[in-house]
Design a protein around this ligand. Sequence first.
Ligand code: CP
Length: 329
Amino acid sequence: MQTLLRGKHLISLQEWTKQDIDTALKTSSHLKMLFANNQPHRWLQDKTAFMMFFEQSTRTRNSLEAGITQLGGHAHDLTPDKMQLSHGESAKDTAMVLSRFGHAIAIRNCFYGIGNTYLQDVARWASVPVINLQDDLYHPLQALADLMTIQEKFGDNTSGLNVTISWAYATSHAKPLSVPLSQILLFTRYGMNVTVAAPKEFPLLPDIVNTAESNASSHGGNLRFVNEMDEGFRNAHVVIPKNWGGFAYTEDKDQMLANLSKYRNWICDERRMGIADPRAVYMHALPADRGNEVTDAVIDGPQSVVYDEAENRLHTVKGVIALTMGGRP
Ligand code: CP
């Protein structure tokens, strides 16, 4: 167990040791059991977190707000239009002032080339933990919930588990790279054989891929890339087909849309689930683009664990804030 997480930022799980992450997972499981048994766990009584959302959110916003309420604290739901940053107030001044008022600053800013820089700026000046609610590079709370879900389905020892992270077609919007990037970074530290399937116009970012490869070689895992969805699904125990934007290939929106239109057949359907291992589970961070990323038959079918995965967003964020905001049972 790591007992010294009080005050620690969570921008990317890569900055947390495996011991830190295992402590967060154990704490999350304990909180999940207390929640299931309706046992009070007001470990953050009278503590305040500020949530700044530059984009929409269902799971992240509500898991954090519900989670801190269940822990006895309170979250302020902020958007730029409610704050002076819409008139140009600096990250430093925002961080310094909110640090004087409360106990954590949590931010979602997914704008490509901007989000992570903004979070790093706030973290530099904040004297309370800064929690990443998703930026352009990382979504640590999603990756942590995904790892918890995989361990619940396959056991804590995930060495040798075949996990496929596949690009999928979507029309809803060009989704950030932060979910697949966080997953390849984290899963390779847990000995998994990670396959990324994606068309060549939708690559992941080379620097982060290099770090994930280094994680894999340090932890006995594997990271490979294929350009065919079917090939990616072969023998997979976990499939995570999801859209991401082609930001790492081109930032020209028209070109990205033209590239997207070439890959309408990258959908997770029952035929493709049949290529995976018979025990395979289907995961998705949600929101899913039904009919494009995945068929209803798969997402509503027996192999889908998407609602367990979404529920674990609540338990894992509670684990993270309980540890970093200094709660004591
Ligand atoms: N998976 C996820 O982060 O969902 P929201 O965008 O609804 O928060």
